[in-house]
Design a binder for this molecule. Structure first.
Ligand code: FAD
Length: 803
């Protein structure tokens, strides 16, 4: 074992081996992998090896496509077979909703270049003769699905890396990790130490324990998972290899294994394994079978695929593997730890392992993952994702693995966890709550307690009429919105202005003013959007996305000067309420001594104001497009503020509104949101934020790329569409057609109640010019005519919010 290496990868499962290979491919050859036992001995060796391209997040789907295409490459380099069986796969729908879901997945696949095909039940039965047609209403076929040999894949990665110069050390356990002051690490093993510039935690089932060596509690939990392999199934004897099959209603997956079938299930009564600590003596081990637990799923399997009930069981496998609360991997660098990286929580190692290795290696070598991996970024979790929260969410996610998550569906586990002081007041007003970063926030308000629940659907729900009323109140009178679920970061110190001017693309506003600003990476792509509120010469409050708080802080840490600037997350120190609508000024004016006229308190003012007895920070800004004010107070004042505004608002027609109405109104205004319109694959001009990039102010991060983008105009355009729909609006990720070709994708959609039209925001090529006709947006399998709007749908001049 060498005593020094540029990188030590801890863990030789499929993920660690992929990271090792990709590091060598990216040019770092002085790398090593340390495995405590044999390669694959964690969750990898007993996996069913299934692989598929379909994923709810298009960017993850792209990395899954990459993974599957990689197997030929590593087979060629290593000479090790990956045992690839590219059988193709069939996904079966037993309900109309599931068929709708498949149509939406097929549509999304169009702009990813996936050739997914909808099938009738008869066609499905021809391709997968084991099914009983009576239980299904349709299906989708994916040619890029199948299974691999987990041992072969892991060894093919490892051998390919070794050929390029990497070292693979087996039977050596990393027992501790000690940072040095220069950011490098002493990797302490039971067979001597290694000095490494970088460490990657690819510890799989033990990733939590490896994290704890450096004081990190990763939100990961292992679940027991069972599959069985039947004896020979006579009905398929002599036929070509059966397709990979997912039966959503049965919550089952199936594939051929020799002449029998492998049947796996994500049972509802899933059981966590080693919830607090993973035993170190577990290697190449299985767990005791518990067929009773999966008996209900097996009964469905025998009903849906009768031939399987007629044959015996050859083998049962029960093994653990890990999940993050949302089921997506956790990858990337960790805030507060230099040169420490994670690649864990990968629940589909054979679909995702290659993409995870590619993204992480590029991040380490180039400083950027090279693609949009927000859905997998470890920074999407904050302090709220504790061990117990993770336990509740992972169990929920596991039990729902094959269930539909409707776009308006809120899941119940781990709730309520974080609440603001007005939570009970809002509940009394019949708020229907959503959860975001563990925090409860109102989505919409029902007229009575009995009405305060929402039908889950791909179409318009029972909330539609109530959201319409909320939008009407904001348009005609005044609405009250809780805004506590925004991220807030305070920047202070003598270097505040100079530093912010370097990390943000816009100019830092004067004291008492607000400026909107994109934040760009070195490639000139969007990695954040903020309102910068200047409280003092040396103090600025940044307001942005709560879910991205750790992501922002990690970026700031990387670009922090040695002194003069202090950065601090303070989201819950400033809880918020916003009043919006033409009567918002009169309402607020009735409670404050300051003059709120436009002359004295113009658009984009930010100032300390006393509202009644309550000290507050007030910004004149609007995400609804109406005249409006955002009010920030410390939590101890929030109830008093809510009561005061509610009481004084009665004579102005004040009505509470929630996130659904806000979303509809911001789409009417063409205002983007992080993770939807703003992601690291778009430049500011493409996203319509070009006017907030102050190229003239001097150097800042991403400036040269932003200059190039301004000169070229960028390749894409974020545009607004009005869509002719019936009872379903776009929700995001639908393909945009133009003249019979798929040219782009939707990022958000909603019914615009103020304009009385169904709307969508989406990206199309800049080369599409200004054409407004000939567009269609595919909503639940139907191509709906769409008009591209020349400007946003509501008040394009911005007169309402500036009045
Ligand atoms: C029954 C079952 C069926 C599955 N079916 C599929 C499927 O069909 N398709 C699919 O894609 N996925 C499937 N999976 C999931 C798949 O197994 C995982 O996604 C994958 O194994 C994760 O790999 P990993 O490298 O992250 O973790 P692991 O395989 O757990 O590897 C981690 C490695 O790190 C080593 N390690 C940990 N700590 C240390 C240390 N301190 N020092 C040295 N070494 C250390 C461990 O010994 C281990 O070898 C299945 C899982 C199970 C249990």
């Amino acid at each position: 074992m060498r005593s020094a290496a540029r990188v030590v990868v801890v863990g030789g499962g499929v993920v660690g081996a992929s990271v090792l290979y990709h590091l060598t491919k990216a040019g770092w050859k002085d790398v090593m992998l340390i495995e405590r036992d044999e390669l694959t001995c964690g969750s990898t060796w007993h996996a069913a090896g299934g692989m598929h391209t379909v994923n709810g997040d298009p960017n993850v789907a792209r990395l899954q496509q990459y993974t599957i295409n990689l197997y030929r490459e590593i087979e060629q380099i290593s000479g090790q077979s990956c045992g690839v069986h590219l059988t193709g796969g069939i996904m079966l729908a037993g309900t109309r909703e599931r068929l709708d879901w498949l149509k939406m997945a097929q549509a999304r696949g169009r702009y990813l270049g996936m050739e997914l095909e909808m099938l009738t039940v008869d066609e499905a039965a021809r391709r997968f003769p084991l099914l009983d047609k009576r239980h299904f209403v349709g299906a989708m076929f994916d040619p890029v699905e199948g299974h691999v040999d987990p041992y072969g894949v892991t060894h093919a990665y490892a051998k390919s890396a070794q050929i390029a110069g990497a070292e693979v050390v087996r039977h050596t356990r990393v027992v501790d990790l000690k940072p040095r002051s220069d950011g490098s690490w002493d990797v302490i093993t039971d067979h001597g130490n290694v000095h490494a510039e970088h460490v990657v935690n690819a510890g799989g089932l033990w990733a939590r324990e490896v994290g704890r060596m450096v004081g990190l509690e990763l939100p990961i939990l292992a679940m027991e998972h069972q599959y069985l392999i039947t004896e020979e199934v006579p009905q398929i004897a002599g036929l070509p290899e059966q397709l990979h099959c997912i039966d959503f209603e049965g919550e089952l997956y199936l594939r051929e294994e020799r002449d029998g079938m492998l049947i796996g299930t994500y049972e509802r009564a899933g059981v966590p394994w080693s919830p607090a600590e993973t035993p170190w003596d577990f290697a190449q081990s299985l767990l005791p079978n518990d067929l009773d637990r999966i008996a209900p799923s097996l009964e469905v399997a025998f009903e849906h695929f009768p031939a399987l009930g007629e044959v015996g069981v050859r083998k049962v496998v029960n093994g653990p593997f890990t999940f993050a609360p949302d089921g997506n991997p956790l990858i990337g660098p960790i805030k507060g730890l230099r040169n420490f990286w994670v690649a864990c929580g990968v629940m589909a190692g054979f679909s995702q392992g290659g993409g995870v290795g590619l993204a992480l290696s590029q991040w380490m070598v180039e400083g950027d993952p090279g693609s949009d991996i927000w859905a997998m970024d470890v920074a999407r979790y904050g302090d709220w994702a504790t061990l117990a929260y993770t336990n509740a969410k992972v169990r929920e996610n596991y039990s729902r693995r094959f269930r539909i998550r409707f776009p308006n569906e809120e899941l119940p586990a781990a709730r309520p966890l974080r609440t603001t002081p007005i939570y009970d007041r809002l509940a009394e007003a019949h708020a229907v709550f959503g959860e975001y970063c563990g925090l409860e926030h109102p989505l919409w308000f029902a007229p009575t307690e009995a009405d305060a629940r929402e039908d889950v659907t791909f179409r318009r729900s029972n909330a539609h009429a109530h959201v319409a009323e909320e939008c009407r109140a904001v348009r005609e009178q005044v609405g009250l919105l809780e805004t506590s679920n925004y991220g807030k970061i305070e920047v202070s110190g003598p270097g505040t202005e100079a530093w912010l001017s370097r990390v943000m693309a816009n100019r830092v506003p004067k004291v008492g003013r607000i400026a909107l600003t994109p934040m760009l990476n070195e490639r000139g792509k969007l990695i954040g959007d903020f309102t910068m509120c200047r409280l003092a010469a040396d103090r600025v409050l940044l307001i942005g996305t709560l879910a991205a708080e750790t992501y922002y802080l990690r970026w700031f840490e990387r670009h922090m000067p040695p002194s003069g600037v202090h950065v601090r997350a303070c989201a819950m120190e400033h809880v918020g309420l916003s009043v919006a609508g033409p009567a918002s000024r009169a309402l607020l004016q009735s409670l404050v001594r300051d003059d709120l006229s436009t002359a004295a308190f113009p658009f984009l003012t930010f100032r300390r104001v006393d509202i009644g007895m309550i000290p507050a920070l007030v910004g004149r800004i609007s995400f609804t497009g109406e005249l409006g004010y955002e009010i920030w107070v410390s939590p101890d004042y929030q109830r008093a503020l809510y009561d005061l505004l509610s009481e004084a608002g009665a004579k102005h027609g004040l009505k509470p509104f929630g996130g659904r109405a806000l979303n509809a109104m911001r789409i009417e205004k063409g205002f983007g949101n992080w993770a939807r319109e703003f992601r690291p694959i778009y430049g500011p001009c493409e996203a319509g934020l070009g006017r907030f990039v102050a190229l003239e102010k001097g150097d800042f991060l991403g400036r040269s790329a932003a200059m190039e983008e301004r000169a070229s105009g960028g390749a894409l355009r974020l545009v607004s569409f009005a869509v002719e729909t019936a009872d379903a609006d776009a929700i995001g990720d639908e393909p945009i057609w133009h003249d019979g070709r798929v040219v782009g994708w939707v990022t958000s959609g909603a019914y615009g109640h103020r304009v009385g039209r169904s709307l969508a925001l989406g990206y199309i090529p800049a080369a599409a010019g200004s054409a407004s006709q000939g567009f269609e947006i595919e909503i639940i399998g139907e191509r709906r005519p769409a008009e591209r709007l020349a400007a946003c749908a509501y008040d394009p001049s911005g007169a309402h919010m500036r009045q």
